[in-house]
Write a protein that binds this ligand. Structure first.
Ligand code: 1HN
Length: 368
């Protein structure tokens, strides 16, 4: 028989019978006072065999959401709220202000004549314009007018304010989707923020300067990245994106999983426009019945045009979300999804993929 030295310095045979539940509980209680806890009780949860996100798939129908957004416009001004936003919370993570464990999403409303005051923070933001015209966002001294389908970036630590220039009687409310890396920065305890001394930051360049400088497949000869790893183009207008997708749909092979899907890039690096978030626009042709896939990056979708459905399966449970224009939905990590569209549609989406890729942990499976 093999003998071993036990914790109390007595010699016992190696095959010591298992301790009772009571003995173990007392032991856990004792070590808790030392701020210690046994790994063997949590090992499987800490290192799951595959991603086991607490997030669930969810859909926000614009017809359900819009009345509340407009009601928020009567309750509080953009100025008082600083940012008048209704946060899209993952139904399984109430109170955590996040749509996935790493991403924040919200719908922001600005009314004609309003100003959302200037500030900056280390969190990176993206805006995807959902409805209305006449609003602008200013980033470090340059304004970009917002139109539906435009994708706009607020790089980390850049001054930004929003406004609605249109004082006309028929001026429209403007709504956009905000996507931020807030939960990631919270995780790293790396968030800083400050307010500008002025409500509206001074304008230093005429509108469109960044696009002319960096958006024509050219860069200034002595290019010096103005926003670090983030794209120097802070507005990607929808008319250009839409045109590209439509030409590709007619003239190039359609992917059986994605339809026609393009990723936005930082023109100076070819990489994602922001270090923490990837953005995509895709077109599903009429009659598209996509194949299923799953990937580690949970993604948030904004429906731009058309209708369709996404079938999401996890642990044998299937969920069908039917979507139309301006609806939003989330496909969490490692949920199997497939997209269908009878009449054709256009979908914007964003995810935390660049972080997965930087860490070498991105995984995607395309199923048949
Ligand atoms: C923010 O600055 C904006 O600038 C939107 O529009 C949403 C959510 C949390 C913190 C800052 C914006 C935000 C935010």
């Amino acid at each position: 028989m093999e003998l071993v030295l036990s914790a109390d310095n007595s010699i016992k045979s190696k095959g010591t019978p298992p301790s009772s539940d009571g003995e173990r509980k007392a032991f856990y209680e004792a070590i808790r006072k030392q701020h210690m806890t046994p790994l063997w009780e949590v090992l499987h949860a800490l290192v799951p065999q595959q991603p086991a996100t607490p997030c669930v798939a969810a859909l926000w129908r614009y017809a359900d959401v819009r009345p509340y957004l407009m009601q928020s416009g009567e309750l509080i001004s953009a100025e008082e709220a600083v940012r008048r936003v209704l946060i899209l919370e993952n139904p399984a993570l109430p109170g955590q202000s996040c749509i996935t464990q790493s991403l924040y999403a919200g719908l922001q409303l600005i009314l004609p004549g309003e100003i959302a005051p200037s500030h900056r923070h280390t969190q990176t933001a993206l805006r995807f314009v959902v409805e209305g015209r006449g609003a602008y966002t200013a980033v470090d001294g340059e304004r970009a007018v917002m139109s539906p389908g435009d994708f706009i970036i607020t790089p980390s630590w850049t001054w930004h304010d929003h406004g609605h220039q249109c004082a006309l009687e028929n001026a429209e409310p403007v709504v956009w989707l905000d996507g931020l890396d807030i939960p990631m920065l919270r995780f790293f305890d790396a968030g800083f923020a400050e307010n500008h001394s002025e409500r509206v930051q001074p304008i230093m360049r005429t509108e469109g300067t960044s696009y002319q400088r960096y958006g024509a497949n050219m860069l200034p000869v002595r290019y010096n990245a103005p926003f670090g790893q983030t794209s120097p183009i802070f507005s990607y207008p929808y008319d250009r994106t839409r045109e590209a997708l439509h030409v590709l749909e007619r003239q190039a092979p359609v992917d059986e999983w994605d339809g026609v899907k393009l990723k936005y890039v930082n023109p100076a690096t070819g990489g994602s426009p922001m270090p923490t978030m990837a953005t995509f626009m895709q077109r599903l042709p009429a009659g598209f019945s996509g194949r299923p896939w799953r990937q580690t990056d949970g993604a948030v979708y904004s429906v731009v045009e058309g209708t369709g459905s996404v079938v999401i399966t996890r642990a044998g449970q299937e969920q069908v979300l039917e979507f139309g224009p301006r609806d939003h939905f989330v496909v969490p990590s490692w949920h199997t999804a497939r997209l269908l569209s009878t009449q054709g549609c256009v979908l914007f989406s964003f995810s935390d993929r660049p972080v997965h890729q930087a860490l070498g942990i991105h995984k995607e499976e395309r199923l048949s």
